[in-house]
Design a protein around this ligand. Structure first.
Ligand code: SAM
Length: 275
């Protein structure tokens, strides 16, 4: 349990405190907390406590269940403070408008977004197949002279991505498309030096499309949620999944984060051969 979480649950019973089970995510000035058990009254008390302890938080929501569906959305219940679900989140020197009820956003990926941005070289042509409100794409163009194409199927995330492009003054360097990533090989001209696939629960369905769009010598960042005891097991599982991909020079597998008990998010960086 983090120091902050310990402070928040101080003074409520031990069993209820144990019910706050995955920490608190703060997105802009809104906090999202998950409980495994505990009465509504206890949950609301925790909400009020978060408001008191975390001066920058203006609204607290409980996340009921997992992050689900094609758009990867949370089911939220208001606990304390303001009821609005839109907020402005700052990350890696960029600013993102987020609606926590209508789009996916996780502040736990900020390090990974910066890691990817630092891998990009000036002049690269980058495709982000699952762009959300733009945190990977915007972080890249804020740091590198690259051109990015962002694809997002959720209309609301696409709309916020366009607003975020303008707010970060990068609208001229990101082409933002509201489409199903499966349609990209038929819609896009030319090949990409780097393709991001940050949709870990479903990226496997789109690997064929990514393979058609990547340039010789290019890179695909393939994210997956893997059920495994440890990183070595997760690595074996993702390598097995990729065993039939043709034309690879190398694969490097990295751990991104833990997403649940015995569930890891990992990314395979696929380096394509030059013909
Ligand atoms: C796990 S989220 C990642 C979003 C973003 N990259 C981020 O880090 O915040 C996956 C995103 O892909 C979008 N998505 C899901 N299926 C898609 C599809 N077939 N084509 C394009 N986007 C899709 C979802 O709406 C969601 O915004």
């Amino acid at each position: 349990m983090t120091r902050l979480l310990r402070k928040v649950v101080e003074g409520i019973g031990q069993s209820e405190a144990n019910g706050v089970h995955t920490g608190i995510d703060v997105i802009g000035d809104l906090a999202i907390v998950k409980f495994s058990h505990g009465s509504i009254q206890v949950r609301e008390r925790v909400g009020e406590k978060i408001l008191r302890e975390m001066g920058n938080v203006k609204g607290v929501f409980e996340q009921e269940g997992g992050i689900e569906g094609e758009y990867r959305l949370r089911k939220l219940r208001h606990l304390a403070g303001e009821r609005r679900t839109t907020t402005l989140h700052k990350e890696n020197g960029c600013r993102f408008l987020v609606d926590i009820a209508k789009v996916y956003y996780s502040p736990r990926l900020s390090t990974e977004r910066l890691t990817i941005a630092m891998m990009v070289r000036d002049g690269e042509r980058v495709l982000n197949m699952f762009a959300g409100v733009g945190p990977f794409s915007i972080t890249i163009v804020c740091r590198r002279r690259a051109s990015v194409t962002s694809c997002e199927s959720n209309k609301e995330a696409y709309r916020l991505h366009l607003e975020n492009n303008m707010m970060n003054k990068v609208a001229g360097r990101i082409t933002t498309i509201n489409a199903d990533a499966a349609a990209l090989p038929d819609r896009l001209e030319g090949k990409f030096d780097r393709i991001l696939m940050p949709h870990p629960s479903r990226a496997d369905r789109y690997l064929g499309a990514a393979r058609r769009l990547v340039a010789d010598g290019g890179v695909i960042h393939y994210y997956r949620h893997i059920s495994a005891e440890d990183f070595d097991q997760a690595k074996s599982a993702i390598l097995h999944e990729l065993r039939e991909v043709q034309g690879l020079r190398s694969i490097e597998v990295r751990k991104v984060r833990e997403v649940g008990p015995r569930w890891l998010e990992v990314v395979a960086d696929l380096q394509l051969s030059r013909n």
